[in-house]
Structure formats: structure tokens, C-alpha cells
Write a protein that binds this ligand. Structure first.
Ligand SMILES: NC(=O)C1=CN([C@@H]2O[C@H](COP(=O)(O)OP(=O)(O)OC[C@H]3O[C@@H](n4cnc5c(N)ncnc54)[C@H](O)[C@@H]3O)[C@@H](O)[C@H]2O)C=CC1
Ligand SMILES: O=C(O)[C@@H]1CCC=N1
Length: 282
């Protein structure tokens, strides 16, 4: 699903168990597009003073994961994967029974639908596993979604609606979510490193830092749009930049000599393997 211009605001209350980087990115993305106001967003975390980012904006913050789940219609589980059990146990302690069936959306790397089903079984809720990325803060997210069989068509539509307003949202078989997530969710870190390294090179050659960083980011944005929108193979786009005996091919040679392609491939392999390890699969 692609984000469109017309926004039909949601009436549902959206909750986040864990108010860290990724939860903030989703919150910023959906509020800035007008899908929900801050006042319709709930968040929980172990220390209330760590939730000031949320309360300052008018979101409802609580230290109790149980009351968060009770108050929200859709619950994004957005803690670190190793905190999942603790966070869910905290709900059970204060709210062993939920009076309404909830929609749980896990953004946890590695954790499978089977594991989520097991952990959340007592709540009888519907479950969707997603893999978002932080660029949704600026409306250019790339989210993957793998619904559990407990999720209804309405649930899937709703979660698609929420996540596609901040970029794209693509349904994917669960067996591909670790590798696709390595590309889309970890990938931004790899690209930031590339942007930083390119800017460093320009600084080394005398360009002021601020200008180098700004130009590197804008250039990357343009190159990404070319790769996405022209329909041309990236190899052809590269060839169109490389004049015979020109400047660019000298840089291409340096990257090939430095093993740039193999390094990026290794990065995706390592991140994919780590996601499987997090689920307990070696
Ligand atoms: N950061 C990213 O780019 C992406 C992260 N994810 C996933 O999102 C999840 C969160 O990652 P980040 O936001 O980066 O981490 P983070 O460390 O910024 O956020 C985690 C939050 O959980 C809170 N927390 C800790 N214990 C808790 C508990 N018992 N109950 C409720 N909240 C608790 C922490 O105070 C913190 O605010 C992870 O599972 C990660 O795999 C997925 C895609 C991208
Ligand atoms: O590094 C991580 O584990 C998380 C999941 C994908 C992006 N950040």
C-alpha cells in the first residue's frame, strides 16, 4: 500500500508499549500526516520521567503496561526483543483479564508470530508482525507486514492504513521478513554510514563539513529517487554517470578495490542471521 494525499482520520486509540526511537518515529509519522492527534496516542514505559517526549506533545503516558493495553484499541509492542516477556508479564500482573479483544502489532526484530502467539495467548488478541523503519518520521518509511491468522481483514487494512501513511507498507511472507527487514530496517544505518563516509571524503578534499553533509544527503535522496522511479537498472544509472576516462570511474575503481559491494552484502547477511538468532534459531 502507498501513502496517499487524502487522510481519513482514525478514531482508534493507538498505544505503544515502549516509547523509544521506533515508537517515536511511528508516532511522529502518523501525527504529522494528520491520521491521529497526539491526544489519541498512549505510551507506557518503566520510568515516567523518560516519557516526557510523549507527555510534552499531549500523548497519554503511563508506567503501567496493563493500563496502556486496556486503554488502547491497537497496541504496538515496541520494546527491545529481549524485554518482550517482562513487558507482557507486567500486563498480566495488573490486568490478567482484558475485557475487549485487542489488536497487537509487534515491531520486534526476529520474534516470530508463533512466539508472539504463545506470549500473548492469554489475551486472546489478534496479532500482526511488522518491520518498520525510522525514515517514517519524515514520511518515507518502508514497512513490512506479516499478519497472524488471528488478524481479521479489517485489522490488516487498518495497520496498512497506519503504516502506509508514512511511506510504503508491503505484505510479505513471514519467512522473508528477517532478510527483508535487514534491508529495510537496518538498511538506513548502512546508508547513513555511506552518506557520512562520502561527506568525510569531501571534507578530506577541502569541502566544509556542513556543506559536505548537506550535499551528500541531497545527492543520496536524488540517487534513491532515480533508482526507484526511472525504471532503469542501477547498473545502467551508474554507467550514465561514468564518462569514459572521466572522474567518476576513478571513484568506482576505489570502491571496488575497497570491497564495497561485498561489505554491503555481508552487512545484510549478518543482520539477517542476527534476527534469526534473536528468535532462538541459529
Ligand atoms: N530502531 C529501529 O530502527 C527499529 C527498531 N525495531 C524494533 O523496535 C523495537 C524497539 O527498538 P528501539 O525503539 O530502537 O529501542 P529503544 O531502546 O529506543 O526503545 C525501547 C523502549 O522500551 C522501553 N522499555 C524497556 N522496558 C520496558 C518495559 N518493561 N515495558 C515497557 N517499555 C519498556 C524503554 O524505556 C525504551 O523507551 C525493537 O524490538 C526493535 O527490534 C524495528 C525496526 C526498526
Ligand atoms: O538493530 C536492531 O536490532 C533494530 C531492528 C531493525 C533496526 N533496528
Amino acid at each position: 500500500m502507498e501513502g496517499g494525499n487524502f487522510v481519513n482520520p482514525l478514531t482508534q486509540k493507538i498505544g505503544f508499549i515502549g516509547g523509544g526511537n521506533m515508537a517515536k518515529a511511528i508516532c511522529e509519522g502518523i501525527v504529522s500526516k494528520g491520521l491521529v492527534p497526539y491526544g489519541q496516542i498512549h505510551v507506557s514505559g518503566p520510568r515516567i520521567h523518560n516519557l516526557t517526549w510523549w507527555s510534552e506533545r499531549g500523548c497519554h503516558a503511563t508506567q503501567e503496561n496493563g493500563s496502556l493495553v486496556e486503554n488502547a484499541d491497537i497496541v504496538f509492542i515496541s520494546v527491545k526483543p529481549h524485554i518482550l516477556h517482562t513487558a507482557i508479564e507486567e500486563i498480566k500482573k495488573t490486568h490478567p483479564i482484558m475485557h475487549q479483544s485487542k489488536l497487537f502489532v509487534s515491531i520486534l526484530a526476529g520474534i516470530t508470530l508463533k512466539q508472539l502467539e504463545h506470549v500473548l495467548s492469554e489475551f486472546g488478541g489478534r496479532i500482526i508482525r511488522v518491520m518498520p523503519n525510522t525514515p517514517m518520521t519524515v514520511g518515507e518509511g518502508c514497512t513490512l507486514i506479516s499478519p497472524h491468522h488471528s488478524a481479521t481483514q479489517e485489522d490488516i487494512y487498518l495497520v496498512n492504513q497506519i503504516l502506509s501513511i508514512t511511506g510504503t507498507c508491503r505484505e510479505i511472507p513471514e519467512n522473508l521478513i528477517n532478510v527483508a527487514g535487514a534491508l529495510t530496517s537496518s538498511g538506513p544505518a548502512f546508508i547513513y554510514m555511506a552518506i557520512e563516509a562520502l561527506a568525510d571524503g569531501a571534507v578530506k578534499m577541502g569541502l566544509p563539513r556542513v556543506l559536505a553533509s548537506e550535499l551528500a544527503a541531497q545527492m543520496t535522496l536524488g540517487a534513491a529517487k532515480m533508482a526507484r522511479d526511472t525504471g532503469k537498472h542501477t547498473g545502467r544509472l551508474k554507467d550514465e554517470v561514468c564518462s569514459p576516462g572521466g572522474t567518476t570511474i576513478q571513484g568506482v575503481y576505489a570502491l571496488e578495490k575497497g570491497g564495497m559491494r561485498a561489505a554491503f552484502m555481508d552487512a545484510i547477511e549478518n543482520s539477517t542471521k542476527k534476527a534469526a538468532e534473536m528468535a532462538g534459531h541459529k
